[in-house]
Design a protein around this ligand. Structure first.
Ligand code: GDG
Length: 470
């Protein structure tokens, strides 16, 4: 290892596409983790307000709560279309989730993406102090660090990618991939969820970009930029979720759900409505189960919660229609006057209700085709009763599968395999459920969300600052 640089005492600056403003609707686990990090030493959270205006970034809106400042900018309609809907969600998201067939690439969208990143850099530069450390999040903001460097910012910059990173062989299909991905070398630290993502990143830089691996684990670009890449598997606020699930038992929502089940086993799925989450394949696997196990009819209920997301992207509207059709078809075929096999719900619920629903479910079906991590899998495990835990069926292609190895791991595209796992889960003896659950719970207690953010920031704080502005 090279000697660690002296840690910086400065503020934390978080940059993400969207900002969780104070007093906004219940923030998710990630938002609370970032809030906690900001509160620790004081800080700034910068991003898009979610609103539209005549011009992008014409004005910066400021809010303060205690020692944390929030600064947001609006986007023009054209920039929302190019940067957010077009390039981030229409090009990068499918590519990063191994779906080149769904990539919709337009040069004008890339231009919008680069323009918005440049405006972020312009506005952010004015707000940064010398000792601040900067933590940039996700695929919307890949070139931001290099744009800050171009503007003379020498602060420590970390970047965390919340999606998977596919192998170099696939990444090179992205138009202008080098122009985009090599900007990451302007960070001091690039974080990904899993060993597989890290291998892909290193492989790309070592074999496509001509970087070399230095002793101490940093990569050196041909132009001299040095950066570290490492794995930081994100997690949940395990203790808080355990408490929420215990409290939820007495809540009316949970009681109503339980009463409606009438002793039938509940299989639960909770996912943003997104093609990466493997929902049509999941419905198909459940249909396969009903087809081959008539003895389970009227004994199981599959409840899929799928709040709509990114409705402006055509593929998202398409998948919504497809799922409505499939759910209707399965219910039409198998329902009886007193039993409907699928409860398909297109809306979101408060976290506290979800905790109660997870706890009521004998099985969780978490079968994304690809997922950076998948926090639902972890939340489900944390919500179980120690004495009578449910079973997690988890896609091998979710980052979480690399940690939660005691789940029933499946290939989500293989309906037979998923149906087998469902049968096995529904019949699993208590002892086996308990031992699998205990092992997974140990993992979640050892690595929770606090651990994730502190380990990333600790490594970043000890990286040497840039001497030049490259
Ligand atoms: C991205 C990456 C990575 C879901 N429905 C409701 C609701 N949720 C909450 C869940 C969970 C979160 O949203 C979803 O997180 P996931 O990790 O499952 O998936 P993405 O949204 O795709 O997140 C993913 C993550 O970033 C973090 O790095 O793990 O791979 O794709 O916390 O509980 N929350 C509320 N109502 C709902 O109906 N309140």
């Amino acid at each position: 290892m090279t000697p660690r640089a002296k840690a910086t005492p400065g503020r934390l600056v978080v940059v993400s596409n969207r900002v969780a403003l104070p007093r906004q609707t219940t923030p998710g686990g990630l938002a609370s983790a970032l809030q906690a990090a900001l509160l620790e030493r004081g800080g700034l959270w910068f991003g898009w307000s979610g609103k539209l205006a005549a011009a992008t970034g014409a004005e910066v809106h400021h809010q303060r709560s205690g020692n944390v400042e929030y600064a947001t900018i609006d986007l023009s309609r054209a920039d929302q279309e190019g940067y957010y809907t077009g390039f981030a969600n229409g090009t990068l998201w499918p590519m990063l989730h191994y779906r080149p067939d769904l990539v919709n690439y337009q040069r004008s969208h890339l231009d919008g993406y680069l323009r918005v990143n440049a405006i972020f850099a312009d506005q952010l530069k004015r707000l940064i102090r010398r000792d601040d450390i900067i933590w940039v999040h996700d695929y919307h903001l890949i070139p931001l660090a290099s744009m800050l460097r171009e503007r003379g910012v020498r602060n420590r910059i970390g970047f965390f990618l919340h999606t998977p990173l596919p192998a170099a062989g696939l990444l090179i299909a992205l138009p202008n991939h080098r122009q985009l991905l090599e900007t990451l070398a302007s960070c001091n630290l690039v974080g990904v969820h899993t060993a597989r993502d890290l291998r892909a990143l290193e492989d790309y830089f070592l074999h496509e970009s001509g970087a070399s691996m230095r002793t101490g684990g940093r990569m050196r670009m041909p132009d001299g930029r040095l950066f570290r890449a490492a794995r930081f598997p994100i997690s949940i606020d395990t203790a808080a979720i355990v408490r929420a699930a215990q409290d939820a038992e007495s809540q009316p929502e949970s009681r109503r759900l339980q009463a409606s089940l009438e002793d039938r086993a509940l299989i639960i799925g909770v996912d943003r409505l997104d093609y990466a989450k493997g929902l049509p394949q999941r419905f198909e696997a459940y249909a396969r189960l009903l087809e081959r196990a008539p003895e389970l009819h009227r004994k199981v209920i599959f409840m899929q919660i799928a709040p709509p997301s990114r409705g402006a992207v055509q593929e998202y509207r398409q998948i919504r229609r497809e799922l409505e059709r499939t759910a209707g078809h399965i219910n039409g075929k198998y329902a009886t006057p007193d039993w409907v096999p699928i409860r398909y719900i297109n809306k979101s619920f408060p976290h506290r209700s979800l905790a109660g629903y997870y706890r009521s479910a004998r099985v969780a079906l978490v079968t994304p085709l690809r997922d950076g991590m998948n926090l639902v899998a972890k939340e489900y495990v944390a919500c179980q009763r120690r004495r009578d835990p449910g079973v997690l069926i988890l896609s091998r292609f979710a980052g979480a599968a690399q940690e939660l190895t005691e789940a029933l791991l499946v290939n989500p595209a293989d309906a037979e395999e998923v149906a087998d796992a469902l049968e096995r889960a529904l019949k699993m003896p208590l002892r086996q459920r308990q031992s699998r659950w205990a092992a997974m719970m140990e993992t979640l207690e050892a690595n929770d969300i606090t651990n994730w953010r502190t380990s990333f920031l600790d490594v970043l704080r000890h990286e040497p600052p840039r001497r030049d502005a490259a």
